[in-house]
Design a protein around this ligand. Structure first.
Ligand SMILES: NC(=O)c1ccc[n+]([C@@H]2O[C@H](COP(=O)([O-])OP(=O)(O)OC[C@H]3O[C@@H](n4cnc5c(N)ncnc54)[C@H](OP(=O)(O)O)[C@@H]3O)[C@@H](O)[C@H]2O)c1
Length: 319
């Protein structure tokens, strides 16, 4: 349950959040915009005058989304760029192209993600969910930090999940080398990392006008569930107090991203975890179905994750 209730809630849509907001002159980058929440976030921001750069690992799929945005918001409203977050080389190449074309970046929406996939590794050998969801965005954000600073005040939005409640970051065994791989623990760990990343990024950049927040978008039927089988839906339903999953439309699912990126009341605020277009409470009670675990907002864990991530990618990021 959001603690600082705005006029918005579970079913608020992107267009409702953006009503009356002008994003003319703003540049937004949305990772994983080839479908689902990323595509809707890009559409909505462009509809209010932002120029959007949408990344896709499959350019043809991304072009389909871009064509729809161009048709609605104009030919110059969107650029589509290739980015594979499971490849440090792809991230570096993308960042280089981006910085060559754009001096500043107002809104970075770290949206792309994978969920509950079979055990695998990224191109660079990292556990797939941690590598894609966290380390990929960690490197990307670090490389783009100069453009964020030039745009200050700027915002970074990390798509986390209620799934963060399924695991803290297990610093002693991030890669499941000494315990059996469990796909939901791996997802939970990566989504906790998304929140901790926002906490530490915000600490590092807030004095210079770049604020970072994380969020749970809701439960939305998208391609994210591509690896799920019937038992997984049952497992997730059982975790819900009503015994059923309460779904949102894609427009409502992307609303909290758009809220985090644009809400005037969030100006100058960071290190928050948002849900249903509001700020969520810390809740460590067993069976908590909303809110954020304190381990995900712990500044010491956030600092540690930053150091561990730098070690893993073998690069110091100093935004
Ligand atoms: N849907 C939900 O109920 C829900 C709930 C909680 C949190 N979330 C979070 O919301 C975010 C968006 O999810 P969604 O529901 O919109 O899922 P989605 O429809 O599957 O979209 C995910 C996007 O990420 C991209 N992606 C996946 N792996 C990638 C990689 N290695 N490199 C680059 N891009 C990659 C996908 O590209 P392809 O099109 O090529 O696969 C797609 O564009 C995720 O971070 C997810 O964890 C979603």
């Amino acid at each position: 349950m959001a603690s600082e209730r705005t006029k918005f809630g579970h079913d608020t849509t992107t267009d409702e959040v953006l009503d009356g907001i002008d994003l003319g002159g703003k540049l937004a980058l949305i990772t994983g915009g080839s479908g689902g929440l990323g595509a809707e976030t890009a559409r909505a921001l462009a509809s209010k005058g932002a120029k959007v750069v949408v990344t896709a690992r499959d350019l043809a799929k991304g072009e389909g989304v871009a064509a729809q945005i161009r048709a609605a918001s104009g030919d110059d409203s969107v650029e589509i760029e290739e980015l594979e977050l499971g490849s440090m080389a792809s991230i570096r190449a993308f960042a280089e192209r981006f910085l060559a074309r754009h001096d500043k970046l107002d809104l970075l929406i770290n949206n792309a993600g994978v969920m509950a996939c079979p055990q695998d590794t990224t191109e660079d050998g990292f556990e797939l969910q941690f590598g894609t969801n966290h380390l990929g965005h960690f490197l990307l954000t670090g490389l783009l930090a100069p453009a964020l600073l030039r745009a200050a005040p700027a915002r970074v939005v990390s798509l986390s999940s209620r799934g963060h409640q399924m695991s803290p970051v297990v610093f002693d065994d991030i890669a499941f080398e000494n315990r059996p791989y469990e796909k939901w623990s791996a997802y939970g760990q990566s989504k906790t990392a998304n929140i901790l990343f926002a906490v530490e990024l915000d600490r590092r950049m807030r004095e210079r006008g770049v604020r970072a927040n994380a969020l749970h978008p809701g439960v939305i039927m998208t391609d994210l569930s591509r690896h799920m089988v019937a038992e997984d839906f049952e497992f997730l339903s059982k975790r819900s107090p009503s015994g059923e999953l309460r779904f949102k439309s894609v427009e409502a699912g992307a609303a909290t991203s758009v809220y985090a990126a644009t809400a005037p009341e969030l100006e100058g605020r960071g290190a928050l975890y948002l849900e249903d277009c509001g700020i969520a409470e810390v809740d460590d009670s067993e069976g908590a179905q909303s809110g954020v675990r304190s381990y995900a907002l712990d500044p010491a864990a956030a600092e540690r994750l930053w150091a561990v991530s730098e070690e893993m990618i073998d690069e110091k990021l100093e935004p």
